[in-house]
Ligand binder design. Structure first.
Ligand SMILES: *[C@@H]1O[C@H](CO)[C@@H](O)[C@H](O)[C@H]1NC(C)=O
Ligand SMILES: *[C@@H]1O[C@H](CO)[C@@H](O)[C@H](O)[C@H]1NC(C)=O
Ligand SMILES: *[C@@H]1O[C@H](CO)[C@@H](O)[C@H](O)[C@H]1NC(C)=O
Ligand SMILES: *[C@@H]1O[C@H](CO)[C@@H](O)[C@H](O)[C@H]1NC(C)=O
Ligand SMILES: *[C@@H]1O[C@H](CO)[C@@H](O)[C@H](O)[C@H]1NC(C)=O
Length: 315
C-alpha cells in the first residue's frame, strides 16, 4: 500500500515538473538581441567584399550598441586566422561547424546596454562593456533569424583584447574574464594577460571584478551604465525576478516531493527487508557478521544496502 503512495507521489512530481519546464523556451532578451543584430549586420553587407569590415546601422532605440560584419572564406580563416577583428584576434585553426564555404563574423559592442542584456553575475561588476563575436553562414545575405554556426578554436585560443578597462581597486582580487555562451551561461576564467581574455568558443565577453571590493562610483562617460537599471529596464528586471521566484518556489516544491517520494521508497524497501529478515531469523539463519573496528558485529541487511536504494531511485 505504501508503494502505491510512492508511485502517486512520483507521478505528481513529474506532472508538476512539466509546467516548470514549459517556462524555459521563452528566448531571453539577449538571444532576441543576437537575432536583431544579425539582421542589422547582414543589411550592411550589400555586395560585400571578402575581408572588409562593414559597420551596421542600429535603430535609435539601440543607440550605444555597435555592430559590424565581416564576410570571409571558412578555409582561409582556418589556414590564416584573422589577426585583428576589432578586439578579437583569431589564430589559425578556427573551424566552423557545420562546414560552410563562407561565413560572416558579427562583432557586437554592447556599450552602455551591456548590463541590460547581460546582467553581471551576482557579486561581480563589469570593468568593460560586453563584446560579442558570433559566426553565421554567409550563403544568404538576406537571411533573418539565422542560427549561429558553431566555431571552435582547434589550436590556440581566440584572444579578446579589451580597451578602456576601468581600473580594479588596488590590493583587491584580480579582475577576471567572464564568458557568456549562447545560452547566456556565465563562465569565469583568469585573464591571459592584462586586459586580455582567451576563449575557444564564440559568445559574449567582458572583464569583471568582485563587486564587494568596488566602490559603487558611477562609470566614466562612454563606459557602461551604473548597476541600477534604467527606468526602461526596470519592468523587464521585475518580470525576470518574478520568473526566478516562480522557479525557486517550483523547484522547492519539486524537491520536497522528490524527497518524500525517495523517503517513502526507502521506507518501503526497509519494511520489505525487515520482513525478509524476520522471516529468515525465524528459520534460524544468523545475521551476517562484519568487521566493525576490531569487533565482529551483526549487520542488518537494510543498513548495508540503503545507499544502493537511494542512488537507484535518485538516478
Ligand atoms: C566602424 O566602426 C568603428 C568603431 O566601432 C570605427 O572605428 C570604424 O572606423 C568604422 N568603420 C567604418 C568603415 O565606418
Ligand atoms: C527598436 O525599434 C525597432 C523599430 O524601429 C523595433 O523593431 C525593435 O523591436 C526595437 N528594439 C528594441 C530592443 O526595443
Ligand atoms: C545608452 O546611451 C544612449 C546615448 O548615447 C542612450 O540613448 C541610451 O538610452 C543609453 N542606454 C541605456 C541602457 O542607458
Ligand atoms: C568577493 O570577495 C569577498 C571577500 O573577499 C568574498 O567573501 C566573496 O565571496 C567574493 N564574492 C565572489 C562572488 O567571489
Ligand atoms: C534568403 O533569406 C530570405 C529571408 O529569410 C528568404 O526570403 C530568401 O528566399 C532566401 N534566399 C535563398 C536563396 O535561400
Amino acid at each position: 500500500m505504501d508503494f502505491v503512495l510512492c508511485v502517486c507521489l512520483l507521478q505528481l512530481l513529474f506532472l508538476r515538473s512539466s509546467p516548470v519546464a514549459a517556462l524555459q523556451p521563452t528566448p531571453p532578451p539577449a538571444r532576441a538581441l543576437d537575432a536583431k543584430l544579425q539582421e542589422y549586420a547582414y543589411r550592411a553587407l550589400v555586395r560585400p567584399r571578402t575581408g572588409i569590415v562593414y559597420n551596421a546601422t542600429v535603430p535609435g532605440n539601440l543607440t550605444g550598441v555597435s555592430v559590424s560584419a565581416l564576410r570571409l572564406r571558412s578555409g582561409s580563416l582556418r589556414r590564416k586566422g584573422l589577426s585583428q577583428y576589432f578586439h578579437f584576434g583569431l589564430p589559425t585553426g578556427v573551424i566552423a561547424q557545420p562546414r560552410v564555404e563562407r561565413m560572416v563574423l558579427v562583432f557586437h559592442n554592447l556599450g552602455n546596454w551591456s548590463q541590460h542584456y547581460y546582467p553581471p553575475p551576482p557579486g561581480y561588476t563589469y570593468l568593460s562593456p560586453v563584446l560579442g563575436l558570433l559566426a553565421y553562414d554567409a550563403v544568404n545575405l538576406s537571411a533573418v533569424g539565422l542560427p549561429e554556426l558553431n566555431i571552435v578554436a582547434s589550436g590556440s585560443p581566440i584572444l579578446v583584447h579589451f580597451s578602456n578597462v576601468r581600473a580594479a581597486p588596488a590590493g583587491g582580487p584580480a579582475p577576471r574574464c567572464v564568458w557568456f555562451d549562447l545560452d547566456g551561461v556565465p563562465q569565469f576564467r583568469d585573464q591571459e594577460a592584462s586586459n586580455v581574455c582567451a576563449t575557444y568558443r564564440q559568445g559574449h565577453f567582458s572583464i569583471v571584478v568582485n563587486s564587494s571590493e568596488v566602490a559603487p562610483a558611477p562609470l566614466p562617460p562612454g563606459a557602461i551604465a551604473p548597476p541600477i537599471p534604467a527606468a526602461g529596464g526596470r519592468t523587464k528586471g521585475g518580470s525576470q525576478a518574478w520568473k526566478v521566484a516562480v522557479g525557486v518556489v517550483g523547484g522547492a516544491i519539486a524537491l520536497g516531493l522528490l524527497s518524500s517520494a525517495l523517503l517513502c521508497l526507502v521506507r518501503h524497501k526497509r519494511a520489505k527487508k525487515l520482513e525478509v529478515m524476520e522471516r529468515n531469523s525465524e528459520v534460524g539463519e544468523t545475521l551476517r557478521m562484519a568487521q566493525v573496528g576490531r569487533a565482529q558485529a551483526p549487520v542488518a541487511l537494510w543498513t548495508r544496502t540503503k545507499p544502493v536504494i537511494e542512488s537507484e531511485y535518485a538516478a
